[in-house]
Design a protein around this ligand. Sequence first.
Ligand SMILES: Cc1ncc(COP(=O)(O)O)c(C=O)c1O
Length: 395
Amino acid sequence: MAFGDLKAPAPDSLLALMSRFRDDPRPRKIDLGVGIYRDSRGATPVFNAVKLAEQQLWKRQSTKAYLGSLGDTDFVSLLARRALAADNLAGLQTVGGTGALRLAAELLSLTLPHRQIWLGVPTWSNHLPIFKAAGLKTRTVELFAADSLRYRPDALREALREAKRGDAVLLHACCHNPTGVDPEFAFWLSIADEIRERGLVPLVDMAYQGMGLGWDQDCAGLALLVDRLPNLLVAYSCDKNFGLYRERVGALFVRAGTARETATLIDHLGALARTDYSMPPDHGAAVVRVILQSPELTALWEEELTGMRSRIRGLRNALAAQGRVGAVDLSPLAAGNGLFAVLPLSPAQIDSLQADHAIYMAPSGRINIAGLAGGDLAPFVNALQAVQHQRAVLA
Ligand SMILES: Cc1ncc(COP(=O)(O)O)c(C=O)c1O
């Protein structure tokens, strides 16, 4: 049998967590695992702006004929202008942010002299597998000081002194996944210099614009790189900030030294897309395009995004106001951005939160803050206290 010797792949821990949560019969359970926005009722509703754009599409769309490997090019240029305020970036529509990262990795694997990419860890759990699958060598840099949970985004900049010309470096634009800790603006100034002087290629992952400090603020570091660097790739996801997760909406933006080189890059990316999946799915990107083409729908979408951002900020502040819960200091959460934070809990404590309190979080201690529905804060804090107390009693 051709597949007889095949071993099962390592399970994806977050997907496994999702199904365990679904199967948990306890009536009061809290899902802090999966990285999606939830409202105070624990729902992830479709934006009203999206519903209205879908109505328009349904009425007006006259064909579903193929669009081509670059996808919806109007969506791409509207997004470049709206998100990055840039007219000088070329791009193509991709299958979500993941698809943009994968295409970027394939392009880098094809073109970089040492096929090497540097990235800080911890990072989104799919980054390393994507880069490795595309044939890149990965060089990781610990972003947490070894003796504490103090976060050091500058460690990456320092490590890059060892990088070779033409190496790539991955940067999170905002709302760092998993830590929620974003660097100061000074970091972007210094890393831009480092990248230019050392001839590196930045790949910036922008998956949460508008969910941190604000639309423009979340893009301030990336905008600086766009302004200053001759070569650049940006993997953009619209899945969170338009609530379109399963529609798989994203784009990859690129810039090379000259317009001709940039056009050649786009041709290569189109060819890579053609062999990967031929063309991206249309619907979600068409929805984003319809929203961005309409001032009314854009205003409605911005209002809804602002509501999401305020709820996340409110939860961060409420958690931070608890201060120390046992040995876990929640106060730094106020200074973080976006959905995520990492709590310094042991595997046994994380297991006990799940087994004894029906609170689910990633094995790394990452929590999705928006997973706390109305009324969940007190039970969460009490459980956090209880699992640490339990350990103290058992010790
Ligand atoms: C940092 C980061 N980049 C990219 C992605 C991928 O987003 P998408 O769902 O659009 O593929 C995610 C999703 O969780 C993410 O957290």
